[in-house]
Design a protein around this ligand. Structure first.
Ligand code: ADQ
Length: 461
């Protein structure tokens, strides 16, 4: 039987709660739970002299193999190249991109180290599924070590067109490495189009009539595989959570007001500032909402060593403070901001209590919170999803109120519409949204990626 080897930067070890507050971990874990296999990557720990061999542990049919980084590697590779160069660039934020050769070299070295460990672990016939932007050099490094296994790569975040991507000094090395895959997957058709454009107009490659891509002397397949969620799990978590103490406290404190909720990793791509401002705009232009709504923004700490993220945290605190300062009353504050991780069950319960899910990233590969919010609703009294057009999820979730997160006025109007929406319209929209979630859930995502990978024709161009 073929073994599945999943590789991602961070491995979410059992009982490591903070590692699980992220879309990739949720997706990978549930794919592995279904098929069993190995999950290889970074432990989340730094040490002065990392052990030469990966640490291995088994739990629930999954073998976890992890390595440590040194503090310097973590800083240059992870905080540096991954999160100060690639992350902003792939989210269309050229102005935030830092270029450092030292960080780039560290990225290349860590990808090569991953390849060394994997080369020692992989058996012929194993299928290797590499995840996300931290490991774009890994396919090429594995081929350099002579591995002929099927290799798939999935990009969880957006891919901008070549006009932006080519601002990266290493764009050719990264794309050359992806070309060594058998299958490269993206969240949406527009990310896929950006990849095809790169192949065609930048690498001098071509698109074949059968849909295959030729670039850098290789032939590979690429496709859009929008990630889904485990709909049944979220439904039952949300129903169970009705009895949860924290969920009751929230419902009690909201009383007869309507709850609007935002849940994110604390990241500038998520549009948290624009969202808080939109709540302020609503209260300014429609003061009758005072003391009738509460906006709860939950933001899980993320990349806390990166300067831009520290700054964002202060900006959000300032922004929430300003809106509260302007609109709060003696017995009510409009914005409650919580900078922490919550257990999934409680989050599910919070979603269910909320009349509006406000999910307005400036740019997002998919955005699982939007899907989780929908799945957690009560069928007979569902809330309304307000969703950014720049989230990958907006391609599927047509029953949401779709907004431009850069337009505060439009967002405030959508909030108003959501808060006033009659029950029958809420139910109609929710049924449509649930249909989309059920047609493409998490199992469908991993099955269709792995089926395509396993049946892709393997040939050098
Ligand atoms: P993320 O940027 O992490 O994922 P998202 O898709 O919203 O974004 O996933 C976040 C996950 O973390 C959700 O499952 C959510 O429930 C959880 N989470 C968020 N805040 C939390 C908190 N305070 N406490 C506990 N859990 C919390 C990346 C890409 C996305 C893409 C996913 C999956 O950036 O675009 O959808 O991968 O491919």
């Amino acid at each position: 039987m073929t073994r599945l080897i999943v590789v991602s930067n961070r491995v979410a070890l059992p009982r490591d709660r903070s590692a699980r507050a992220g879309g990739l971990a949720v997706g990978v874990l549930s794919a592995l739970k279904r098929s069993g296999g190995i999950w290889f990557g970074w432990s989340g720990e730094t040490s002065e002299s990392p052990a030469p061999q990966p640490k291995v542990m088994k739990s629930g049919g999954i073998t976890y193999a992890t390595i440590d980084f040194t503090a310097e590697e973590f800083d240059a590779y992870y905080n540096g190249y991954c999160n100060s160069t690639l992350w902003p660039l792939l989210h269309y934020r050229l102005g935030l991109v830092e270029h450092s050769r030292q960080h780039q070299d560290a990225y290349m070295r860590i990808n090569a180290r991953f390849a060394d460990h994997l080369a020692a672990m992989v058996r012929p016939g194993d299928v290797i599924w590499i995840h996300d932007y931290q490991l774009m050099m890994l396919p090429g490094e594995l081929r350099l070590r002579g591995l002929r296994n099927r290799i798939g790569f999935f990009l969880h975040i957006p891919l901008p067109g070549p006009e932006i991507f080519c601002a990266l000094p290493a764009h050719k090395q990264l794309m050359g490495s992806l070309a060594e895959c058998d299958l490269v997957g993206f969240q949406t058709e527009s990310d896929l189009r950006a990849f095809r454009d790169y192949a065609q107009y930048e690498s001098g490659g071509s698109l074949r009539p059968d849909g295959a891509i030729e670039m850098f002397g290789r032939r590979l397949r690429a496709g859009a595989f929008p990630i889904g969620i485990d709909v049944e799990e979220m439904k039952s978590l949300a129903a169970e959570a009705e009895g949860d103490e924290e969920v009751r406290r929230l419902a009690h404190s909201i009383s007869s007001r309507q709850l609007v909720i935002g849940v994110d990793r604390l990241d500038y791509s998520k549009g948290i500032l624009n969202r808080i401002d939109a709540v302020g705009e609503l209260l300014t232009t429609r003061p009758d909402y005072r003391n009738r709504i509460t906006f709860v923004q939950i933001a899980a700490p993320s990349r806390i060593d990166v300067a831009r993220y520290k700054k964002l945290r202060r900006e959000i605190e300032g922004c929430a403070g300003r809106v509260n300062g302007k609109h709060a009353e003696i017995d009510w504050v409009p914005v409650r901001y919580l900078n922490r991780v919550f257990p999934r069950r409680q989050l599910a319960g919070f979603y269910r209590v909320a009349r509006v899910g406000l999910v307005t990233p400036l740019r997002d590969g998919m955005n699982l919170v939007a899907k989780e919010y929908v799945a957690a609703q009560k069928p007979n009294d569902p809330g309304v999803l307000v969703l950014s057009r720049f989230a990958g999820a907006a391609r599927e979730l047509k029953g949401a109120l779709i907004v431009n997160p850069f337009d505060q006025v439009e967002m405030a109007e959508a909030l108003d519409q959501a808060l006033r929406m009659p029950l029958t319209e809420r139910q109609d929209r929710w049924r449509k949204l649930m249909g989309a979630l059920q047609r493409n859930d998490l199992a469908t995502w991993s099955d269709s990626f792995l089926d395509t990978l396993n049946t892709s024709e393997r040939a050098a161009a």
